[in-house]
Design a protein around this ligand. Structure first.
Ligand SMILES: [Zn+2]
Length: 254
């Protein structure tokens, strides 16, 4: 199955933004059953991505010659989400059922259905990828910084932080979004901790406004079956439960 990515890997002048993917097999089922790998973690993700991304290629079909494990590390989170969604689709089909709790009345809405092949791709153009003008800016104090998308290793960092260092969550997530802060090119939590609140607010505002990467739309709009109000849910494709085969059918057949 050939899949278009919302971003892709830019290597020299070539943009490798298509992937050939395989379906889940017994080997990957073992990863998903490995509690140590998946519980409170995303250890299954790099393994599944490396095993099942068979080739990375340009639109014209030129294949990337490098190591797939390295490529996976260089793809922004929108690409990783797209590959995982398509692996699920290829393995179990495009129907996906899920549950969501209504934020208005707390009713658990069951058997909500989406078609994985209908999720919209918001592609980042090559021009926009190369254009740094929006990503480089000055904080209120005058420090110049550059922001970047989230990559696979960042996702692991965020999970580690949410587990162990809850008190450093805000500064850590901001540090992961910074490619450069003044002259610092390896921005740490401590560097962000020293920033003034004005700078932190300015940085957060920019992170919300500036488009850093293309994505696949995993925000699902639903109406609550109990109170009738609309709400949206985000599919969590990094959760091991996303690959549960039973999600391809309704829990209570009618
Ligand atoms: Zn409701």
């Amino acid at each position: 199955m050939l899949v278009q990515l919302p971003n892709g890997l830019l290597d020299g002048s070539d943009l490798f933004n298509y992937v050939e993917i395989d379906e889940l097999r017994g080997k990957q089922q073992n990863y998903l059953a490995d509690r140590e790998l998946v519980v409170g973690n995303v250890g299954h993700i790099p393994k599944i991505l490396t095993d099942l991304t068979l080739a990375l290629q340009t639109k014209e079909g030129l294949k990337w010659g490098g190591n797939m494990e390295d490529a996976i590390q260089k793809l922004p989170s929108g690409d990783l989400e797209t590959i995982l969604l398509k692996i699920r689709e290829k393995t179990y089909g495009d129907r996906f059922y899920f549950e969501a709790v209504c934020p208005h009345c707390e009713h658990k809405n069951k058997d909500l259905r989406i078609n994985l092949n209908e999720l919209e791709l918001d592609v980042m153009s090559l021009e926009k990828m190369l254009d740094k003008s929006e990503r480089v800016f000055k904080l209120p104090s005058g420090i110049e910084c550059e922001i970047k998308p989230i990559f696979l290793r960042d996702i692991f960092e965020v999970i580690k932080i949410t587990k162990n260092k809850q008190n450093e969550l805000i500064t850590s997530v901001l540090a992961l979004s910074l490619k450069r802060l003044g002259d610092i090119t390896k921005v740490t939590t401590d560097d962000v901790a020293k920033l003034s609140m004005k700078d932190i607010m300015g940085l957060k505002e920019k992170l919300e406004k500036v488009k850093l990467e293309g994505s696949i739309d995993t925000e699902i709009e639903t109406s609550c079956t109990s109170c009738g109000k609309d709400f949206s849910t985000k599919l969590d494709v990094f959760d091991p439960g996303f690959f549960d085969p039973s999600k391809g059918s309704m829990s209570t057949p009618t």
